[in-house]
Design a protein around this ligand. Structure first.
Ligand SMILES: C[S@@+](CC[C@H](N)C(=O)[O-])C[C@H]1O[C@@H](n2cnc3c(N)ncnc32)[C@H](O)[C@@H]1O
Length: 272
C-alpha cells in the first residue's frame, strides 16, 4: 500500500509534487483515510476518486486535515469521495469492531501490538485497560483467552457506547467490563487487584503511571506506551526508560514513528 497514492497520481502530479505526497493510507473496514501536504490539498477529491476506483472494497474516502487532538484523541477529517459515511465495521484478529472515524480514536496501525499483548495475557488474569477506545485491546484479549476479566475505562461517551456495542458483537459480555469516565478514578476502585495494566495513551503515559501502579498486585505488568522525541544517535527506548519511576523494564520496542524524530515506544514493565 506504501506507494499506492504516488502510483494513482503519477499522470497528474509533477515529480516534485509526487515526492511531497505522503505514502500512508489507512484502511478501516470499507473506509480509506489519507493525508496530503497543504500545497497538494487541491487534489484531495481526485485522490479520493482514484482510491475508490482502484480499491474495490473501499466505499468512502476521507482526508485527514488536522492532527489527532484533544482529550478524546480524535483526528480532524474531511469527506472527499464515495459514500458520505463515517461508520464502518473493522475486522482484526477474529474480532469485529464498529467504529465511527469522526467521533472516536482508531488506528489500524496498532494491530500487531494488540495481538502481542493479547498473547502475553495468562488465563485467570485481571486486566485493566485504562484507555479502551471502542474496546480494541480489551476485546481481543477476551476473545483469545477463556478466563479473563478486562476492566476497560473510556472517557469519550461515543467511544464508550461503541465499546458496549462491540462487547455484544463479539460475545465477550462478562469478560470485558466497560467503565465510563476517568480511568484515574477507576484505578482507585481497582486498587491492588490487577495483574496487568494496558496504557494506550502515549501523550499522558507519564501522568497516569502512578495510578496504573496503584491497581497492580505484586509481580504485575504494565504495558506502557509513550511518545519520545529523539535526536541523532539517541535511542528512543533508552530515553523512554527514564520515565518509568525505576520500574523493571522487561521488554521495549519502537512501535512506529509518529512524526519526524518522534517515536512511539512500548515498554513492558514489571512491578516486583
Ligand atoms: C489513543 S486512544 C486509544 C484507544 C484504543 N485503546 C485503541 O487502541 O484503539 C486513547 C483513548 O483514551 C481515552 N481517554 C483519554 N483520557 C482518558 C481518561 N482519563 N480515562 C479514560 N479514557 C481516557 C480517549 O478518549 C481515547 O479513546
Amino acid at each position: 500500500m506504501g506507494r499506492l497514492l504516488k502510483e494513482l497520481m503519477k499522470d497528474i502530479l509533477t515529480k516534485e509534487e509526487l515526492d511531497k505526497l505522503y505514502s500512508g493510507l489507512d484502511i478501516i473496514g470499507d473506509i480509506a483515510i489519507f493525508k496530503v501536504p497543504d500545497e497538494l490539498s487541491k487534489y484531495k477529491s481526485v485522490i479520493g476518486e482514484r482510491i475508490i476506483s482502484r480499491l474495490k472494497n473501499v466505499k468512502s474516502v476521507w482526508c485527514q486535515v488536522g492532527p489527532v487532538s484533544g482529550e478524546y484523541r480524535i483526528r480532524e477529517l474531511e469527506h472527499v469521495a464515495g459514500d458520505n459515511r463515517s461508520v464502518t465495521i473493522y475486522k482484526e484478529h477474529g474480532c469485529i469492531f464498529k467504529v465511527d472515524i469522526t467521533r472516536v480514536y482508531f488506528s489500524p496501525r496498532l494491530s500487531a501490538e494488540r495481538l502481542r499483548i493479547a498473547k502475553l495475557v495468562e488465563e485467570g488474569e485481571t486486566v485493566f485497560n485504562m484507555f479502551a477506545g471502542v474496546g480494541t485491546y480489551s476485546i481481543i484479549v477476551a476473545k483469545k483467552k477463556r478466563n479473563v476479566k478486562v476492566y476497560s475505562s473510556e472517557i469519550n461517551p461515543d467511544a464508550y457506547s461503541l465499546m458496549i456495542e462491540n462487547i455484544r458483537l463479539n460475545k465477550v459480555e462478562g469478560k470485558v467490563i466497560p467503565l465510563f469516565g476517568d480511568s484515574s478514578k477507576h484505578a482507585e476502585d481497582l486498587k491492588g487487584t490487577v495483574d496487568r495494566v494496558i496504557m494506550p495513551l502515549p501523550e499522558k503515559a507519564k501522568e497516569f503511571l502512578p495510578k496504573a501502579l496503584l491497581t497492580l498486585k505484586k509481580g504485575g505488568w504494565i504495558h506502557y506506551y509513550t511518545h519520545i522525541p529523539y535526536g541523532k544517535g539517541e535511542d528512543p527506548i533508552e530515553k523512554a526508560k527514564a520515565e518509568v519511576l525505576g520500574l523493571k523494564v522487561v521488554f521495549g520496542r519502537v512501535v512506529r514513528e509518529v512524526g519526524p524524530r518522534l517515536a512511539q515506544v512500548v515498554l513492558d514493565l514489571r512491578a516486583d
